[in-house]
Design a protein around this ligand. Structure first.
Ligand code: BG6
Length: 539
Protein backbone atom coordinates (compact mmCIF):
# COMPACT_ATOMS: atom_id res chain seq x y z
CA UNK A 1 0.00 0.00 0.00
CA UNK A 2 2.04 2.96 -1.18
CA UNK A 3 1.24 6.26 0.50
CA UNK A 4 1.49 9.70 -1.07
CA UNK A 5 0.03 13.06 -0.21
CA UNK A 6 -0.47 15.22 -3.26
CA UNK A 7 3.02 16.46 -4.08
CA UNK A 8 1.71 18.47 -7.03
CA UNK A 9 -0.48 20.63 -4.82
CA UNK A 10 0.90 24.02 -3.86
CA UNK A 11 0.95 24.86 -0.14
CA UNK A 12 -2.03 27.13 -0.77
CA UNK A 13 -3.98 24.40 -2.47
CA UNK A 14 -3.12 21.98 0.30
CA UNK A 15 -4.41 24.24 3.02
CA UNK A 16 -7.42 25.56 1.14
CA UNK A 17 -10.94 24.57 2.12
CA UNK A 18 -12.15 21.55 0.11
CA UNK A 19 -12.03 22.72 -3.46
CA UNK A 20 -13.33 19.49 -4.93
CA UNK A 21 -17.01 19.95 -4.55
CA UNK A 22 -18.35 19.05 -7.98
CA UNK A 23 -18.80 15.64 -9.47
CA UNK A 24 -15.81 14.91 -11.68
CA UNK A 25 -15.47 12.04 -14.08
CA UNK A 26 -13.01 11.05 -16.76
CA UNK A 27 -14.22 11.44 -20.29
CA UNK A 28 -14.52 8.05 -21.99
CA UNK A 29 -11.79 8.93 -24.48
CA UNK A 30 -9.21 10.49 -22.20
CA UNK A 31 -6.39 8.17 -21.23
CA UNK A 32 -6.50 7.92 -17.46
CA UNK A 33 -3.35 9.30 -15.90
CA UNK A 34 -1.20 6.88 -13.93
CA UNK A 35 -2.02 7.19 -10.26
CA UNK A 36 0.18 9.92 -8.79
CA UNK A 37 3.63 8.76 -7.84
CA UNK A 38 3.11 5.18 -8.99
CA UNK A 39 5.66 3.39 -11.17
CA UNK A 40 5.27 0.16 -13.10
CA UNK A 41 5.87 -2.93 -11.01
CA UNK A 42 9.16 -4.79 -11.56
CA UNK A 43 9.29 -7.40 -14.34
CA UNK A 44 7.89 -10.75 -13.33
CA UNK A 45 6.12 -13.86 -14.51
CA UNK A 46 2.74 -14.35 -12.90
CA UNK A 47 1.81 -18.02 -12.78
CA UNK A 48 -1.88 -18.55 -12.10
CA UNK A 49 -2.87 -22.01 -10.92
CA UNK A 50 -6.56 -22.31 -11.73
CA UNK A 51 -6.41 -20.53 -15.08
CA UNK A 52 -9.88 -21.76 -15.99
CA UNK A 53 -11.53 -20.79 -12.72
CA UNK A 54 -14.02 -18.18 -11.75
CA UNK A 55 -11.56 -16.08 -9.73
CA UNK A 56 -9.21 -15.80 -12.70
CA UNK A 57 -11.99 -14.74 -15.05
CA UNK A 58 -13.96 -12.50 -12.75
CA UNK A 59 -11.26 -10.79 -10.73
CA UNK A 60 -7.63 -11.49 -11.63
CA UNK A 61 -7.83 -10.82 -15.37
CA UNK A 62 -9.97 -7.69 -15.02
CA UNK A 63 -7.53 -6.41 -12.37
CA UNK A 64 -4.52 -7.15 -14.60
CA UNK A 65 -6.24 -5.43 -17.49
CA UNK A 66 -6.96 -2.36 -15.32
CA UNK A 67 -3.34 -2.29 -14.16
CA UNK A 68 -2.24 -2.47 -17.81
CA UNK A 69 -4.47 0.47 -18.71
CA UNK A 70 -2.89 2.42 -15.86
CA UNK A 71 0.58 1.58 -17.16
CA UNK A 72 1.50 -0.20 -13.95
CA UNK A 73 2.78 -3.47 -15.42
CA UNK A 74 6.27 -3.99 -16.78
CA UNK A 75 6.61 -4.45 -20.50
CA UNK A 76 8.35 -7.79 -20.11
CA UNK A 77 5.68 -9.24 -17.85
CA UNK A 78 4.37 -12.73 -18.65
CA UNK A 79 1.24 -14.44 -17.40
CA UNK A 80 1.19 -18.23 -17.45
CA UNK A 81 -2.16 -19.86 -16.74
CA UNK A 82 -1.95 -23.43 -15.46
CA UNK A 83 -4.94 -25.73 -15.48
CA UNK A 84 -5.73 -29.35 -16.08
CA UNK A 85 -7.01 -30.01 -19.59
CA UNK A 86 -5.23 -29.49 -22.89
CA UNK A 87 -6.10 -26.32 -24.74
CA UNK A 88 -4.42 -23.72 -26.87
CA UNK A 89 -3.33 -20.36 -25.50
CA UNK A 90 -5.51 -18.80 -28.20
CA UNK A 91 -8.62 -20.53 -26.84
CA UNK A 92 -7.88 -19.41 -23.26
CA UNK A 93 -7.20 -15.87 -24.41
CA UNK A 94 -10.46 -15.73 -26.40
CA UNK A 95 -12.42 -16.98 -23.41
CA UNK A 96 -10.89 -14.33 -21.14
CA UNK A 97 -11.54 -11.65 -23.73
CA UNK A 98 -15.19 -12.64 -24.04
CA UNK A 99 -15.72 -12.59 -20.29
CA UNK A 100 -13.95 -9.24 -19.94
CA UNK A 101 -16.16 -7.77 -22.64
CA UNK A 102 -19.19 -9.09 -20.84
CA UNK A 103 -18.07 -7.61 -17.50
CA UNK A 104 -17.20 -4.31 -19.12
CA UNK A 105 -20.72 -4.09 -20.48
CA UNK A 106 -22.40 -5.20 -17.26
CA UNK A 107 -20.26 -3.36 -14.72
CA UNK A 108 -18.99 -0.22 -16.38
CA UNK A 109 -17.68 1.21 -13.13
CA UNK A 110 -15.15 -1.54 -12.65
CA UNK A 111 -13.54 -0.94 -16.05
CA UNK A 112 -11.99 2.09 -17.55
CA UNK A 113 -14.49 3.86 -19.75
CA UNK A 114 -17.02 1.04 -19.46
CA UNK A 115 -15.65 -0.68 -22.54
CA UNK A 116 -12.51 -2.58 -23.29
CA UNK A 117 -9.62 -0.66 -24.70
CA UNK A 118 -8.39 -2.85 -27.58
CA UNK A 119 -4.78 -1.72 -27.22
CA UNK A 120 -4.68 -2.47 -23.52
CA UNK A 121 -6.33 -5.83 -24.06
CA UNK A 122 -3.92 -6.80 -26.81
CA UNK A 123 -1.03 -5.76 -24.53
CA UNK A 124 -2.32 -8.23 -21.94
CA UNK A 125 -3.24 -10.91 -24.51
CA UNK A 126 0.29 -10.94 -25.97
CA UNK A 127 1.65 -11.81 -22.55
CA UNK A 128 -0.67 -14.75 -21.87
CA UNK A 129 0.37 -18.36 -22.16
CA UNK A 130 -1.69 -21.40 -21.26
CA UNK A 131 0.01 -24.44 -19.80
CA UNK A 132 -1.89 -27.69 -19.30
CA UNK A 133 -0.91 -29.44 -16.10
CA UNK A 134 -2.29 -31.41 -13.19
CA UNK A 135 -1.70 -29.63 -9.88
CA UNK A 136 -0.58 -32.85 -8.20
CA UNK A 137 1.87 -34.14 -10.82
CA UNK A 138 5.61 -33.45 -10.60
CA UNK A 139 5.76 -33.24 -14.36
CA UNK A 140 3.72 -30.00 -14.32
CA UNK A 141 6.32 -28.33 -12.13
CA UNK A 142 9.24 -29.59 -14.21
CA UNK A 143 7.59 -28.03 -17.28
CA UNK A 144 6.99 -24.81 -15.40
CA UNK A 145 10.60 -24.70 -14.24
CA UNK A 146 11.79 -24.92 -17.82
CA UNK A 147 9.61 -22.00 -18.79
CA UNK A 148 10.70 -19.87 -15.84
CA UNK A 149 14.37 -20.65 -16.41
CA UNK A 150 13.99 -19.02 -19.82
CA UNK A 151 12.31 -15.90 -18.46
CA UNK A 152 14.16 -12.66 -17.82
CA UNK A 153 15.15 -11.75 -14.26
CA UNK A 154 13.63 -14.86 -12.70
CA UNK A 155 11.02 -12.98 -10.67
CA UNK A 156 7.90 -15.08 -10.31
CA UNK A 157 4.62 -14.95 -8.44
CA UNK A 158 2.67 -18.16 -8.03
CA UNK A 159 -0.98 -17.34 -7.54
CA UNK A 160 -3.00 -20.22 -6.11
CA UNK A 161 -6.46 -19.41 -7.50
CA UNK A 162 -7.56 -22.94 -6.67
CA UNK A 163 -9.63 -24.78 -4.09
CA UNK A 164 -7.98 -25.07 -0.64
CA UNK A 165 -7.31 -28.78 -1.08
CA UNK A 166 -4.62 -27.87 -3.62
CA UNK A 167 -2.76 -25.33 -1.41
CA UNK A 168 -0.50 -27.96 0.15
CA UNK A 169 0.23 -30.14 -2.89
CA UNK A 170 1.05 -27.15 -5.11
CA UNK A 171 3.30 -25.48 -2.52
CA UNK A 172 5.07 -28.74 -1.85
CA UNK A 173 5.74 -29.39 -5.53
CA UNK A 174 6.84 -25.81 -6.14
CA UNK A 175 9.25 -26.18 -3.25
CA UNK A 176 10.58 -29.59 -4.29
CA UNK A 177 11.08 -28.40 -7.88
CA UNK A 178 13.23 -25.52 -6.54
CA UNK A 179 10.75 -22.97 -7.86
CA UNK A 180 10.50 -21.12 -4.54
CA UNK A 181 14.24 -20.55 -4.26
CA UNK A 182 14.94 -16.84 -4.54
CA UNK A 183 17.92 -15.43 -6.43
CA UNK A 184 20.57 -13.44 -4.66
CA UNK A 185 21.43 -11.13 -7.56
CA UNK A 186 21.04 -7.36 -7.35
CA UNK A 187 17.76 -7.62 -9.19
CA UNK A 188 16.33 -10.04 -6.68
CA UNK A 189 14.90 -12.97 -8.56
CA UNK A 190 12.02 -13.02 -6.13
CA UNK A 191 9.63 -15.94 -5.75
CA UNK A 192 6.29 -15.23 -4.10
CA UNK A 193 3.30 -17.36 -3.29
CA UNK A 194 -0.19 -15.88 -3.17
CA UNK A 195 -2.77 -17.90 -1.24
CA UNK A 196 -6.46 -17.23 -1.38
CA UNK A 197 -8.94 -17.62 1.41
CA UNK A 198 -10.11 -19.86 3.09
CA UNK A 199 -6.80 -20.26 4.88
CA UNK A 200 -7.71 -23.24 7.03
CA UNK A 201 -11.07 -24.08 8.53
CA UNK A 202 -10.11 -23.66 12.19
CA UNK A 203 -7.06 -23.09 14.34
CA UNK A 204 -5.65 -26.60 13.96
CA UNK A 205 -5.96 -26.69 10.16
CA UNK A 206 -4.61 -23.14 9.76
CA UNK A 207 -1.58 -24.02 11.91
CA UNK A 208 -1.03 -27.16 9.89
CA UNK A 209 -1.28 -25.25 6.59
CA UNK A 210 1.07 -22.51 7.79
CA UNK A 211 3.60 -25.10 8.96
CA UNK A 212 3.42 -26.90 5.64
CA UNK A 213 3.83 -23.76 3.56
CA UNK A 214 6.61 -22.42 5.74
CA UNK A 215 8.56 -25.61 5.32
CA UNK A 216 8.92 -24.72 1.63
CA UNK A 217 8.89 -20.89 1.66
CA UNK A 218 9.96 -18.07 3.94
CA UNK A 219 7.21 -16.03 5.61
CA UNK A 220 8.36 -13.02 3.55
CA UNK A 221 7.50 -14.94 0.35
CA UNK A 222 3.92 -15.75 1.36
CA UNK A 223 1.08 -13.35 0.52
CA UNK A 224 -2.18 -14.50 2.14
CA UNK A 225 -5.04 -12.61 0.56
CA UNK A 226 -8.14 -11.23 2.20
CA UNK A 227 -9.83 -9.38 -0.63
CA UNK A 228 -11.62 -6.98 1.77
CA UNK A 229 -8.26 -5.28 2.28
CA UNK A 230 -8.08 -4.64 -1.47
CA UNK A 231 -11.14 -2.40 -1.28
CA UNK A 232 -10.29 1.30 -1.47
CA UNK A 233 -12.99 2.06 1.08
CA UNK A 234 -11.38 -0.29 3.60
CA UNK A 235 -7.92 1.17 3.07
CA UNK A 236 -9.47 4.58 3.45
CA UNK A 237 -10.48 3.79 7.03
CA UNK A 238 -6.82 4.20 7.97
CA UNK A 239 -6.77 7.53 6.16
CA UNK A 240 -9.97 8.68 7.87
CA UNK A 241 -8.53 7.76 11.25
CA UNK A 242 -4.95 8.88 10.85
CA UNK A 243 -5.11 11.79 8.40
CA UNK A 244 -7.66 13.79 10.37
CA UNK A 245 -7.39 15.37 13.76
CA UNK A 246 -10.99 15.10 14.81
CA UNK A 247 -11.68 11.36 14.91
CA UNK A 248 -8.76 9.94 16.86
CA UNK A 249 -9.28 11.84 20.13
CA UNK A 250 -12.81 10.38 20.29
CA UNK A 251 -11.73 6.92 19.13
CA UNK A 252 -11.71 5.25 22.54
CA UNK A 253 -13.80 3.76 25.30
CA UNK A 254 -14.44 7.11 26.98
CA UNK A 255 -16.51 8.33 24.02
CA UNK A 256 -17.57 5.29 22.03
CA UNK A 257 -20.60 3.34 23.08
CA UNK A 258 -20.39 0.49 20.58
CA UNK A 259 -19.23 -0.37 17.10
CA UNK A 260 -21.25 -2.35 14.56
CA UNK A 261 -19.60 -4.12 11.65
CA UNK A 262 -22.03 -5.43 9.06
CA UNK A 263 -21.51 -7.42 5.87
CA UNK A 264 -25.08 -8.08 4.78
CA UNK A 265 -25.74 -9.65 1.40
CA UNK A 266 -28.93 -10.06 -0.57
CA UNK A 267 -27.56 -12.93 -2.62
CA UNK A 268 -27.99 -16.53 -1.52
CA UNK A 269 -25.35 -19.19 -1.99
CA UNK A 270 -25.32 -18.67 -5.77
CA UNK A 271 -24.60 -22.23 -6.88
CA UNK A 272 -21.90 -22.60 -4.18
CA UNK A 273 -24.03 -24.94 -2.06
CA UNK A 274 -21.33 -27.60 -1.89
CA UNK A 275 -18.68 -25.16 -0.64
CA UNK A 276 -21.08 -23.41 1.69
CA UNK A 277 -22.32 -26.61 3.30
CA UNK A 278 -18.78 -27.22 4.59
CA UNK A 279 -17.99 -23.62 5.40
CA UNK A 280 -21.03 -21.69 6.64
CA UNK A 281 -21.32 -17.95 7.13
CA UNK A 282 -19.19 -17.79 10.26
CA UNK A 283 -16.03 -19.43 8.85
CA UNK A 284 -16.58 -17.77 5.48
CA UNK A 285 -16.70 -14.21 6.82
CA UNK A 286 -16.01 -13.70 10.54
CA UNK A 287 -12.41 -14.65 11.44
CA UNK A 288 -11.23 -13.21 8.13
CA UNK A 289 -13.18 -10.38 6.45
CA UNK A 290 -14.97 -9.04 9.53
CA UNK A 291 -11.91 -9.35 11.76
CA UNK A 292 -9.90 -7.47 9.12
CA UNK A 293 -12.43 -4.64 9.32
CA UNK A 294 -12.20 -4.80 13.09
CA UNK A 295 -8.42 -4.62 12.73
CA UNK A 296 -8.38 -1.40 10.69
CA UNK A 297 -11.01 0.22 12.89
CA UNK A 298 -9.51 -0.66 16.24
CA UNK A 299 -5.72 -1.01 15.81
CA UNK A 300 -3.37 1.48 17.43
CA UNK A 301 -1.71 4.02 15.12
CA UNK A 302 1.41 2.51 13.56
CA UNK A 303 4.65 4.51 13.48
CA UNK A 304 4.74 4.27 9.68
CA UNK A 305 2.97 2.58 6.80
CA UNK A 306 5.74 0.09 6.51
CA UNK A 307 4.27 -3.44 6.17
CA UNK A 308 5.67 -4.73 9.44
CA UNK A 309 4.72 -1.60 11.38
CA UNK A 310 1.09 -1.93 10.25
CA UNK A 311 0.96 -5.70 10.62
CA UNK A 312 2.47 -5.54 14.12
CA UNK A 313 -0.24 -3.16 15.26
CA UNK A 314 -2.91 -5.37 13.75
CA UNK A 315 -1.36 -8.42 15.37
CA UNK A 316 -1.49 -6.64 18.76
CA UNK A 317 -5.16 -5.94 18.20
CA UNK A 318 -6.00 -9.50 17.15
CA UNK A 319 -4.14 -10.76 20.21
CA UNK A 320 -6.35 -8.56 22.37
CA UNK A 321 -9.63 -10.03 21.05
CA UNK A 322 -11.28 -11.85 23.90
CA UNK A 323 -12.03 -15.40 22.69
CA UNK A 324 -15.63 -15.35 21.50
CA UNK A 325 -17.99 -17.09 23.92
CA UNK A 326 -20.64 -19.30 22.31
CA UNK A 327 -23.37 -17.36 24.20
CA UNK A 328 -22.20 -14.19 22.43
CA UNK A 329 -22.73 -15.71 18.99
CA UNK A 330 -25.97 -16.25 17.09
CA UNK A 331 -26.29 -18.50 14.05
CA UNK A 332 -29.19 -18.30 11.62
CA UNK A 333 -30.32 -19.98 8.42
CA UNK A 334 -32.61 -18.43 5.84
CA UNK A 335 -36.00 -19.92 5.28
CA UNK A 336 -38.53 -19.29 2.55
CA UNK A 337 -39.44 -15.61 2.58
CA UNK A 338 -40.07 -12.56 0.38
CA UNK A 339 -36.63 -12.94 -1.22
CA UNK A 340 -37.11 -16.56 -2.29
CA UNK A 341 -36.63 -20.15 -1.26
CA UNK A 342 -35.02 -21.35 1.94
CA UNK A 343 -31.38 -22.41 2.12
CA UNK A 344 -32.30 -26.08 2.42
CA UNK A 345 -34.00 -25.91 -0.97
CA UNK A 346 -30.87 -24.55 -2.70
CA UNK A 347 -28.98 -26.88 -5.05
CA UNK A 348 -26.32 -29.07 -3.41
CA UNK A 349 -27.64 -28.36 0.06
CA UNK A 350 -28.79 -31.19 2.34
CA UNK A 351 -32.54 -31.07 3.05
CA UNK A 352 -31.83 -31.16 6.81
CA UNK A 353 -28.74 -28.91 6.63
CA UNK A 354 -27.57 -27.33 9.89
CA UNK A 355 -25.20 -24.92 8.15
CA UNK A 356 -25.56 -21.29 9.19
CA UNK A 357 -26.08 -18.64 6.53
CA UNK A 358 -26.08 -15.85 9.12
CA UNK A 359 -23.79 -15.14 12.04
CA UNK A 360 -23.75 -12.36 14.60
CA UNK A 361 -21.26 -11.96 17.41
CA UNK A 362 -20.50 -9.68 20.32
CA UNK A 363 -16.77 -9.17 20.56
CA UNK A 364 -14.65 -7.44 23.19
CA UNK A 365 -11.13 -6.19 22.88
CA UNK A 366 -9.09 -6.39 26.02
CA UNK A 367 -6.85 -3.39 25.88
CA UNK A 368 -6.59 0.08 27.39
CA UNK A 369 -8.41 1.79 24.51
CA UNK A 370 -11.35 -0.56 24.04
CA UNK A 371 -12.04 -2.42 27.30
CA UNK A 372 -15.80 -2.74 27.80
CA UNK A 373 -16.82 -1.44 24.35
CA UNK A 374 -18.88 -4.06 22.52
CA UNK A 375 -18.09 -4.62 18.86
CA UNK A 376 -21.11 -6.21 17.21
CA UNK A 377 -20.37 -8.16 14.05
CA UNK A 378 -22.94 -9.62 11.69
CA UNK A 379 -22.99 -11.16 8.26
CA UNK A 380 -25.52 -13.13 6.32
CA UNK A 381 -26.91 -14.19 2.99
CA UNK A 382 -30.37 -13.34 1.66
CA UNK A 383 -30.85 -10.37 3.93
CA UNK A 384 -33.02 -7.33 3.29
CA UNK A 385 -30.27 -5.16 1.82
CA UNK A 386 -26.65 -5.23 0.78
CA UNK A 387 -24.51 -3.18 3.15
CA UNK A 388 -20.92 -3.64 4.11
CA UNK A 389 -20.34 -0.93 6.62
CA UNK A 390 -18.98 0.05 9.97
CA UNK A 391 -20.96 2.23 12.37
CA UNK A 392 -19.28 3.83 15.31
CA UNK A 393 -21.84 4.96 17.86
CA UNK A 394 -20.82 7.61 20.34
CA UNK A 395 -21.95 7.76 23.95
CA UNK A 396 -24.86 10.00 24.91
CA UNK A 397 -24.09 13.56 25.97
CA UNK A 398 -23.49 13.68 29.73
CA UNK A 399 -26.27 16.07 30.57
CA UNK A 400 -29.67 16.42 28.95
CA UNK A 401 -29.82 20.17 28.63
CA UNK A 402 -33.07 19.93 26.68
CA UNK A 403 -34.99 17.90 29.24
CA UNK A 404 -38.16 19.97 29.01
CA UNK A 405 -38.34 19.83 25.25
CA UNK A 406 -39.09 16.88 23.02
CA UNK A 407 -35.38 16.28 22.84
CA UNK A 408 -35.24 13.94 25.79
CA UNK A 409 -34.40 10.96 23.67
CA UNK A 410 -31.55 12.30 21.62
CA UNK A 411 -30.52 10.20 18.64
CA UNK A 412 -26.95 9.02 19.24
CA UNK A 413 -24.11 10.40 17.13
CA UNK A 414 -23.12 7.71 14.66
CA UNK A 415 -20.25 7.76 12.19
CA UNK A 416 -20.94 5.27 9.41
CA UNK A 417 -18.23 4.18 7.01
CA UNK A 418 -19.86 2.63 3.95
CA UNK A 419 -17.70 0.09 2.19
CA UNK A 420 -20.07 -1.50 -0.30
CA UNK A 421 -22.12 -0.81 -2.39
CA UNK A 422 -22.12 2.82 -1.20
CA UNK A 423 -18.64 4.31 -0.86
CA UNK A 424 -18.44 7.08 1.66
CA UNK A 425 -19.07 8.17 5.21
CA UNK A 426 -21.94 9.79 7.00
CA UNK A 427 -22.33 11.33 10.40
CA UNK A 428 -25.60 11.53 12.33
CA UNK A 429 -25.90 14.36 14.78
CA UNK A 430 -28.53 16.63 16.31
CA UNK A 431 -29.49 20.23 15.49
CA UNK A 432 -32.24 22.58 16.51
CA UNK A 433 -35.22 22.19 14.22
CA UNK A 434 -36.47 25.43 12.63
CA UNK A 435 -39.23 27.26 14.50
CA UNK A 436 -39.92 29.17 17.69
CA UNK A 437 -39.70 26.14 19.99
CA UNK A 438 -36.37 24.72 21.12
CA UNK A 439 -36.67 21.29 19.61
CA UNK A 440 -33.81 19.06 18.64
CA UNK A 441 -33.84 16.72 15.68
CA UNK A 442 -31.34 14.35 14.01
CA UNK A 443 -29.66 15.19 10.70
CA UNK A 444 -27.08 13.43 8.59
CA UNK A 445 -24.02 14.86 6.95
CA UNK A 446 -22.72 12.57 4.19
CA UNK A 447 -19.77 12.29 1.91
CA UNK A 448 -19.82 10.09 -1.18
CA UNK A 449 -16.61 9.27 -3.04
CA UNK A 450 -18.34 9.77 -6.38
CA UNK A 451 -19.06 13.41 -5.53
CA UNK A 452 -15.40 14.22 -5.06
CA UNK A 453 -13.30 11.86 -7.10
CA UNK A 454 -13.36 10.44 -10.60
CA UNK A 455 -14.26 6.79 -10.36
CA UNK A 456 -11.15 4.64 -10.90
CA UNK A 457 -11.65 1.31 -12.55
CA UNK A 458 -11.37 -1.22 -9.77
CA UNK A 459 -12.41 -4.80 -9.21
CA UNK A 460 -10.64 -4.88 -5.84
CA UNK A 461 -7.59 -6.96 -6.79
CA UNK A 462 -5.53 -4.25 -8.51
CA UNK A 463 -3.82 -2.96 -5.37
CA UNK A 464 -3.27 -6.47 -4.04
CA UNK A 465 -1.62 -7.71 -7.26
CA UNK A 466 0.43 -4.55 -7.70
CA UNK A 467 1.59 -4.59 -4.07
CA UNK A 468 2.58 -8.23 -4.34
CA UNK A 469 4.70 -7.44 -7.41
CA UNK A 470 6.33 -4.59 -5.47
CA UNK A 471 6.89 -6.82 -2.44
CA UNK A 472 4.68 -4.69 -0.19
CA UNK A 473 2.95 -7.07 2.21
CA UNK A 474 1.04 -4.45 4.22
CA UNK A 475 -2.36 -5.63 2.98
CA UNK A 476 -1.63 -9.35 3.34
CA UNK A 477 -2.05 -11.63 6.34
CA UNK A 478 0.91 -12.80 8.34
CA UNK A 479 0.86 -16.38 9.62
CA UNK A 480 0.68 -15.34 13.28
CA UNK A 481 -2.37 -13.11 12.72
CA UNK A 482 -4.19 -15.79 10.75
CA UNK A 483 -3.72 -18.16 13.67
CA UNK A 484 -4.64 -15.56 16.30
CA UNK A 485 -7.92 -14.86 14.52
CA UNK A 486 -8.80 -18.55 14.29
CA UNK A 487 -7.81 -18.92 17.95
CA UNK A 488 -10.32 -16.23 18.96
CA UNK A 489 -13.19 -18.19 17.40
CA UNK A 490 -12.11 -21.71 18.27
CA UNK A 491 -14.57 -22.09 21.16
CA UNK A 492 -17.40 -21.23 18.77
CA UNK A 493 -16.27 -23.71 16.14
CA UNK A 494 -15.55 -26.42 18.70
CA UNK A 495 -17.72 -25.67 21.74
CA UNK A 496 -16.28 -27.46 24.73
CA UNK A 497 -19.71 -28.23 26.13
CA UNK A 498 -23.14 -28.48 24.64
CA UNK A 499 -22.28 -29.35 21.04
CA UNK A 500 -23.01 -27.07 18.09
CA UNK A 501 -24.60 -23.65 18.49
CA UNK A 502 -28.39 -23.45 18.07
CA UNK A 503 -29.55 -22.43 14.63
CA UNK A 504 -32.33 -19.86 14.28
CA UNK A 505 -34.47 -19.39 11.20
CA UNK A 506 -34.99 -16.06 9.43
CA UNK A 507 -37.08 -15.26 6.41
CA UNK A 508 -35.15 -14.76 3.16
CA UNK A 509 -35.23 -11.00 2.63
CA UNK A 510 -35.45 -10.05 6.31
CA UNK A 511 -32.94 -8.38 8.67
CA UNK A 512 -31.91 -11.72 10.21
CA UNK A 513 -33.06 -13.80 13.17
CA UNK A 514 -34.77 -12.20 16.18
CA UNK A 515 -32.15 -13.83 18.45
CA UNK A 516 -29.53 -11.55 16.91
CA UNK A 517 -31.62 -8.54 17.98
CA UNK A 518 -31.80 -10.01 21.47
CA UNK A 519 -27.99 -10.24 21.57
CA UNK A 520 -27.78 -6.44 21.37
CA UNK A 521 -30.92 -5.76 23.39
CA UNK A 522 -29.15 -7.35 26.39
CA UNK A 523 -26.81 -4.33 26.33
CA UNK A 524 -29.56 -1.81 25.52
CA UNK A 525 -28.40 -1.57 21.89
CA UNK A 526 -30.06 -2.29 18.56
CA UNK A 527 -28.73 -3.14 15.11
CA UNK A 528 -28.85 -0.41 12.51
CA UNK A 529 -31.78 -1.39 10.28
CA UNK A 530 -30.64 -2.79 6.95
CA UNK A 531 -33.32 -0.95 5.03
CA UNK A 532 -33.44 2.53 6.33
CA UNK A 533 -34.28 6.12 5.71
CA UNK A 534 -31.82 8.88 6.38
CA UNK A 535 -32.94 11.36 9.04
CA UNK A 536 -33.66 13.86 6.28
CA UNK A 537 -36.02 11.37 4.65
CA UNK A 538 -33.59 10.24 1.93
CA UNK A 539 -32.86 6.52 1.86
C1 BG6 B 1 -16.15 -14.11 -0.06
C2 BG6 B 1 -17.12 -15.10 0.51
O1 BG6 B 1 -14.88 -14.27 0.53
O2 BG6 B 1 -16.63 -12.78 0.16
C3 BG6 B 1 -18.49 -14.91 -0.12
O3 BG6 B 1 -16.65 -16.42 0.28
C4 BG6 B 1 -18.95 -13.48 0.03
O4 BG6 B 1 -19.43 -15.81 0.45
C5 BG6 B 1 -17.88 -12.52 -0.46
O5 BG6 B 1 -20.13 -13.32 -0.75
C6 BG6 B 1 -18.26 -11.09 -0.15
O6 BG6 B 1 -17.35 -10.24 -0.77
P1 BG6 B 1 -17.80 -8.84 -1.37
O7 BG6 B 1 -16.54 -8.19 -1.81
O8 BG6 B 1 -18.75 -9.17 -2.50
O9 BG6 B 1 -18.50 -8.12 -0.27
Amino acid sequence: MSTTSNPAASPDQRSAAPALSCKVSASPHDPLPSPAGKKPAPPCTLVIFGAGGDLTQRLLMPALYNLAVDGLLDDSMKIIGVNHGERETREWTDELHASLQQFAADKASTFHAGKLDDNAWSWVAQRLEYMAGEFELDDTFAKLKQKLDQSKGGNAIFYLAVGPRFFKPITERLGKAGLLKEGDGANGGFRRLVIEKPFGADLASARDLNAHILSYAQESQVYRIDHFLGKDTVQSILAVRFANAFFEPLWRREYIDCVQITAAETIGVEGRGKFYEQTGAFRDMVPNHLFQLLGVVAMEPPNSFDAEAVRNKKADLFNAIQPLAPHDVVFGQYEKGPAGVGYREEPNVAPGSKTETYAAARVFIENWRWAGVPFYLRTGKRLAARHTEISVQLKAVPFLLFRDTQADALTPNVLTISIDPAHGTSFDFNVKTPGPVMEVGPVRSSFDYGDFFAERANVGYETLLYDCMLGDATLFQRSDSIETCWCAVDDVLHPKRGGALPLHGYAAGSDGPAEADALLARDGHAWRPLQRKAPGGKS
